[in-house]
Ligand binder design. Structure first.
Ligand SMILES: Cc1cc2nc3c(=O)[nH]c(=O)nc-3n(C[C@H](O)[C@H](O)[C@H](O)COP(=O)(O)OP(=O)(O)OC[C@H]3O[C@@H](n4cnc5c(N)ncnc54)[C@H](O)[C@@H]3O)c2cc1C
Length: 429
């Protein structure tokens, strides 16, 4: 899916200084770089590889604006023990990784207490409101509005009890102004998505949820608009940040350095390593996810489907039908276990009998996740010339444009578009 040909060009001799340096050319970094360049700043965007080298490349393509409930919640704590019993189930922890992830899981458990859940739901809802306006605006500014599909999503259930178990969440969404319709019985479901197995007996349709034609296409469109604005995108790996009187020096693998007036860290699941060089410990983990992209036409899919009880989604993309999801805690270095993609595909086939499961390509990506399901957006403790923008977990595509708006507000010294306290990078200290 990627080749040496799409590697970013290396740094040129003139790339040793800049006004704003953005580290990481995933969807978050590219959105920020474009937004800041649009406001007239000189921006250098660096990635150790290419545009959308990691999580932003092959994700499920949802603009999940109604997904305001934190993962850290009593509901997940109830489901987790059953899920963990199945080594290829929706949630897995590699045994050897358990000691490493334990402190993060304790924070996750704390964030799942009811008062914390209410607070993070309100913060997430505010960020989603901003995302719902900023995303189409940013894509339109890049000439890419046509990449958004407005078909809504169908969350499907195997029993009325499964639908009823989510009712508190639906009440919370209604309180935040999110429209949805519960559907009962196969006929009602078939009107929005024919061809599903009779074991699916209820569903919820959310019209305001959107998807994109392909997540890679979106990042590439924003990166092209950034280049058109005169923005520079280069290949370089940041290894350390050193604030000084004349700017922030960013040391690079291989020995070079860049001096920038402002630095934005948007390096996805690797961002905490750079924060560490400024003396900050941020509990960023990776929730690894898996999928398979089947050729176009593998199923007559009318809109995105989610199978919450099994932790996967199926998305219609311009490039095919993508089946995947699940969460695996195994860190940044363990090799992928593609038996997970195969398991998700087999489950999808059970619910979508006509799904042609041949000819697919498998992928694993690293979601950058903080324990309370909210991203870190704000200044570094050591130096406010460094801004963090990472930890969007399952929602980075959805929240990238809103994050770009907030980072631009911070860089320009404007009052941010929403209250920033819930996103403070130091909230776990
Ligand atoms: C299976 C799966 C499905 C998903 N589905 C959705 C979805 O439907 N909707 C949604 O909103 N989100 C979804 N997500 C989550 C979403 O993909 C991520 O939240 C998002 O891509 C994170 O973007 P990012 O830019 O922060 O990180 P990344 O996309 O990981 O980008 C980080 C970049 O930083 C670079 N980098 C790292 N370290 C350095 C360094 N030291 N120097 C230079 N460069 C560096 C990397 O090469 C990489 O290109 C999904 C994720 C997965 C895994």
């Amino acid at each position: 899916m990627s080749s040496a040909a799409d590697l970013l060009p290396p740094l040129a001799a003139t790339d040793t200084t800049c006004d704003v340096l953005v580290v990481g050319a995933g969807i978050v970094g590219v959105a920020i770089a474009l937004r800041i360049a649009q406001e007239g700043r000189d921006v250098l965007l660096v990635d150790r590889e290419r545009v959308a080298a990691q999580a932003s490349r092959v994700n499920a393509g949802a603009l999940a604006f109604s997904d305001i409930l934190p993962l850290a919640s009593p509901g997940i704590l109830r489901k987790a023990p059953r899920w963990l019993l199945d080594p290829l189930g929706p949630l897995a922890i590699r045994p050897r990784y358990l000691p490493r992830i334990a402190p993060w899981l304790v924070r996750f458990w704390r964030a799942s207490q009811p008062d914390r859940v209410r607070a993070s739901t309100a913060a997430q809802a505010a960020l989603m409101d901003l995302s719902a306006t900023e995303t189409p605006a940013l894509l339109a500014s890049a000439g890419a509005a046509h990449l958004i599909r407005s078909d809504g999503v169908l969350h499907v259930y195997e029993s009325e009890a499964e639908l009823a178990a989510g009712e508190a969440g639906w009440r919370a969404r209604r309180e935040h102004g999110i429209a949805f319709t519960h559907l009962h019985g196969q006929d009602a479901i078939a009107e929005l998505q024919p061809g599903l197995a009779p074991s699916l007996v209820a569903a919820t349709f959310v019209p305001g949820w959107k998807t994109v034609s392909d997540p890679l296409e979106v990042v590439e469109a924003l990166a092209a608009a950034f280049a058109q604005r005169g923005g520079r995108a280069r290949r370089a790996e940041a290894t350390a940040l050193v604030p000084g009187a004349g700017g922030v020096t960013v040391r690079l693998a291989g020995g070079g350095e860049i001096v920038a007036q402002r630095v934005v860290i948007a390096a996805g699941a690797w961002s905490h390593r750079l924060a560490r060089t400024l003396g900050e410990r941020i509990p960023l983990e990776t929730e690894r996810g898996y999928n398979t992209t089947l050729p176009p036409g593998a199923f007559d899919l009318r809109r995105q489907l989610t199978f919450g009880g099994h932790g996967f989604v199926v998305t219609p993309l311009a490039t095919g039908v993508r089946v995947g999801g699940a969460v695996e805690f195994a860190g940044l270095d363990a090799p992928p276990n593609f038996a997970r993609s195969a398991t998700l595909l087999a489950k999808a086939k059970r619910f979508m009998p006509a799904l042609d499961v041949t000819g697919g390509s498998e992928w694993m990506g690293f979601r950058p996740s903080l324990p309370d399901t909210l991203p870190a957006i704000g200044a570094a403790a050591a130096d406010d010339r460094v801004i963090y923008a990472f930890g969007h977990g399952h929602l980075g595509l959805t929240q990238a444009a809103a994050t770009a708006r907030l980072v631009a507000d911070l860089i320009h010294g404007r009052a941010p578009a929403l209250a920033m306290a819930p996103f403070r990078p130091q909230r776990f200290a």
